[in-house]
Design a protein around this ligand. Structure first.
Ligand code: ADP
Ligand code: MG
Length: 322
């Protein structure tokens, strides 16, 4: 066998659960369950743009699948299958072993099969395609929000951006992060937890949903733009760490909270009548879900401070081409 086939066999071939025919043939074969349609998405991670080339390979493997599963969560789809196209500058066995260990740890956590891909030489780039199932016509979309909807967000915002700022030496010197909080931020950055179970639970409840990859304001903006809607969110209701809460009026930290990116939390809108149902889901899943604001007429997104005064917003999110 050529080294390429050995490498695929050793690092990227595992028994499958949801699949008729997986890695090894010209194409994989899968069947959808009755009444389901296919949700498909891809995300590419490029060394130097999305991650540091010398970052931990296990966490990179985890993250490259996790960010894709997060897209399935945002659609209310159950992630089932993934393909992995990877360009490697050279064959580094210990790197590959760690990368695939992280990738499959994530795959096992969320019951996803790796069913194929491509392996080539090139500058380190990882492109994952994810496929999942969702009941026909029921997917959570960005274009479903209605005037009067509550706006909800999961988990905690801003921690990954603070972790990244620390690594890039961009945090202003008067901010000091306690060791355990820094570790938490770096973990949020490198090993995000997609909210897959929540997405599935929101199917008959949410009107619209998106996962927060480019920052809350930017991603919530996509939901609003679909029908030229407006929104108001309350700074003091945004879920965040104690550190972020303490510094939420300082521009740099406020920026990370509102527009930092890499959160991989879910933001969704739902009618006010669903509040009890959402609180029950939060407690069943043991996942904090915070009510942060509401949808209004008029294409404008405002952030209100403790005195209900709009605060001025700088950059609203991460744009690769800005
Ligand atoms: P082909 O020449 O038909 O494109 P390849 O030699 O690229 O086939 O791949 C052989 C098999 O290994 C295919 O089933 C392909 O899907 C799978 N494969 C290749 N690279 C990967 C990878 N990085 N992860 C998972 N499967 C892979
Ligand atoms: Mg190929």
């Amino acid at each position: 066998m050529t080294p390429e086939f050995n490498l695929i066999k050793q690092y990227f071939t595992r028994p499958t659960r949801n699949t008729k025919l997986g890695v090894g043939d010209d194409a994989a074969l899968i069947s959808l369950s009755a009444g389901m349609e296919l949700a498909i998405s891809a995300d590419m991670l490029v060394a130097g743009t999305h991650f540091f080339a010398d970052c931990d390979a296990y966490q990179l493997g985890w993250k490259s699948l996790a960010v894709n599963i997060s897209d399935m969560a945002a659609m209310g789809a159950n992630a089932k299958w993934a393909t992995l196209a990877i360009a490697l500058p050279d064959i580094n066995e210990s790197w590959l072993a760690e990368f695939s260990r992280g990738f499959f740890a994530c795959a096992d956590s969320f019951n996803v099969d790796l069913i194929g891909g491509d392996t080539t030489r090139g500058s380190l780039t990882i492109s994952v395609q994810i496929m999942g199932e969702v009941p026909i016509g029921k997917a959570l979309r960005r274009d479903g929000a209605k005037v009067g909807d509550d706006i909800w967000v999961t988990g905690s915002l801003g921690d990954a951006a603070i972790g990244l700022a620390h690594l890039q030496n961009k945090l202003q010197p008067h901010f000091t992060l306690a060791d355990h909080y820094l570790e938490y931020c770096l973990n949020a950055l490198h090993q995000p937890q997609p909210r897959l179970a929540l997405g599935l639970n929101l199917l008959e409840i949410a009107h619209s949903a998106i996962d927060i990859s480019d920052g809350l304001l930017s991603d919530l903006g996509h939901i609003l733009k679909a029908h030229n809607l407006g929104g108001a969110i309350y700074l003091n209701k945004l879920p965040c760490s104690i550190f972020t809460k303490q510094h939420q009026h300082e521009k740099q930290i406020q920026q990370y909270l509102l527009a930092g990116g890499d959160d991989y939390e879910l933001c969704f809108t739902a009618p006010q009548g669903s509040r009890n149902a959402i609180e029950k889901i939060a407690s069943d899943l043991n996942l904090p879900i915070s009510l942060i604001g509401s949808i209004h007429e008029g294409a404008c997104l405002i952030v209100l401070d403790n005195e209900n005064k709009p605060i001025s917003i700088g950059k609203t999110g991460y744009d690769h081409f800005a």
